[in-house]
Design a protein around this ligand. Structure first.
Ligand code: GDP
Ligand code: IMO
Ligand code: MG
Length: 438
């Protein structure tokens, strides 16, 4: 039986259950020890995943967080959007930290779409335009070009890795048309097409040895009984369909994105682990019913070092939101949960949990579909006593103070019995309590 209860020959999935930054990187790193392939299936370098090993801290954006394990291959799937300059920059940064062997372990899908610098520029311009327009607001995007690139993909004039590698003349033509389209739509935008093509010719050749047709590649791995892990990026509440639209990202960061972003059938999906921070955070704009705009929110931000890994922006903080988790569990169907950052609550006298959304005197049994629908919604809370004790040294559930145990068990109860299988009590790889019995 593999150590962390991972089932064989089924894909294991790790997904963010809130608004991102739940600690997916750490959970992926933990599970990757037993994996032979670790995949990203959606998003781009809007993601920022932290892995802490000993005195080394890694932040991954496009590279799967399993890349530091020499025993696992890393695969960037067709659903991911890749900014090649950012991809190589990230690789170099990690090589400088000691990453090696990646040349044979890192695989990139030929179907993945490319994010160009002009997509990133347009991301910024769209944000400024939104600010100025009546009836719309900025979204607080990461300005990594994610929305504009998925827009190109969906309008079917996007450019893929395969285009870059197959025929550079055709690529140049497609690039020129796409750049012209964007310049026409955004008069302030200037693209030096010649210079970009010179860069892309060189980057294409650097990328070529890593590129594979990942659908058959993964199929062969799975048929050979290899253990495959999928690392979700962003999170369910940022999902283009199920998140708090329009304050979302532009991909499916919930379970469906695993099938479409890698080309695997639903039956291959085994355990789906939801990563849940012991409280709630959100970067960027949009509804946040349990947000704390007071000194407790400021405390969580400071104690939890809640600043974005990708943009450095402060994260908004609030209490744990059970209706939100029930909703993302409905969509994703968690086999179990990894509850992270419980140690950040160590010093609090009391901890609240949002247990229901109430509107016009009635409890909602669905999640509101728009910002407007949130109007008049109030959150009902329960209050739990804090444990007022440092739990960072605990490695077993039994070692936790009773009030911390009660907090965990209460979450399981409120979620209708979804098990909390891991509990994070610190940043490092070993600061995790594993409960194989649940
Ligand atoms: P991701 O995007 O979901 O991978 O999460 P991020 O890396 O953006 O943010 C999570 C932050 O919390 C990182 O700084 C992690 O090192 C840190 N972290 C993860 N788990 C724990 C934990 O259990 N305790 C503490 N104190 N920090 C944690
Ligand atoms: P990880 O994988 C937190 C948020 C942005 C913004 C919205 C849209 O580290 O959990 P985008 O640039 O994607 O168009 O921005 O989505 N966002 C994230 N917030 N963690 C992330 O990733 C995020 N990825 C996108 O802040 O509100
Ligand atoms: Mg993050």
């Amino acid at each position: 039986m593999p150590k962390n209860g991972v089932s064989e020959n089924r894909v294991t999935v790790v997904l963010g259950a809130q608004w991102g930054d739940e600690g997916k990187g750490k959970v992926v790193d933990l599970l990757a020890e037993e994996m032979q392939v670790v995949c990203r299936c959606q998003g781009g370098n809007n993601a920022g995943h932290t892995v802490v090993v000993g005195d080394k801290k890694y932040d991954f954006h496009l590279l799967p967080s399993g890349i530091i394990w020499p025993t696992a291959e890393s695969l960037v799937g067709n659903g991911v959007v890749i900014h090649l300059p950012g991809f190589f920059e990230e690789l170099e940064k990690n090589i400088a930290k000691g990453l090696d062997g990646w040349e044979t372990r890192l695989k990139v899908s030929d179907r993945a779409h490319l994010v160009f610098d002009f997509h990133q520029a347009v991301d910024g311009l769209q944000e400024s335009n939104r600010e100025g327009l009546k009836g719309t607001t900025k979204l607080g995007t990461t300005k990594k070009g994610i929305g504009p690139t998925y827009a190109s993909k969906m309008t079917r004039n996007g450019i893929r890795v395969v285009d870059l590698l197959d025929d550079f003349e055709e690529f140049s033509n497609k690039f020129s048309i796409l750049a012209d389209n964007h310049m026409a739509a955004f008069p302030g935008l200037k693209v030096d097409k010649e210079a970009e093509l010179v860069r892309y010719k060189e980057m294409g050749e650097r990328l070529r040895p890593l590129v594979v047709e990942t659908v058959s590649y993964l199929r062969d791995k799975l048929e050979a009984g290899k253990r495959v892990l999928v690392e979700g990026a962003n999170a369910a509440m940022l999902d283009i369909d199920f998140g708090t639209y329009p304050y979302v990202t532009s991909s499916n960061c919930s379970i469906g994105g695993v099938c479409t972003g890698l080309g695997i059938p639903p039956w291959r999906i085994g355990d789906v682990y939801g990563v849940v921070k012991a409280y709630t955070t959100r970067v960027g704009d949009g509804p946040f019913p349990t947000e704390l705009l007071n000194e407790t929110g400021a405390f969580l931000q400071k104690e939890g070092h809640e600043f974005g890994v990708t943009t450095g922006r402060p994260r908004r903080c609030g209490w744990l939101d059970i209706p939100l988790l029930r909703y993302t569990n409905t969509v994703n169907g968690y086999s179990a949960i990894a509850l992270t950052k419980l140690d950040i609550l160590d010093k609090l006298d009391e901890i609240k949990i949002g247990v229901d959304y109430v509107k016009n005197g009635a409890k909602l049994n669905y999640y509101p579909s728009s910002a407007k629908q949130f109007e008049g919604v109030e959150v009902e809370y329960i209050t739990m006593p804090g444990w007022k004790q440092d739990i960072s040294g605990c490695r077993k559930f039994e070692e936790l103070p009773d009030n911390a145990k009660s907090y965990i068990l209460k979450i399981e109860e409120l979620l209708g019995g979804v098990a909390v299988r891991w509990v994070g009590v610190g940043q490092s790889r070993d600061s995790m309590i594993f409960r194989p019995e649940v």
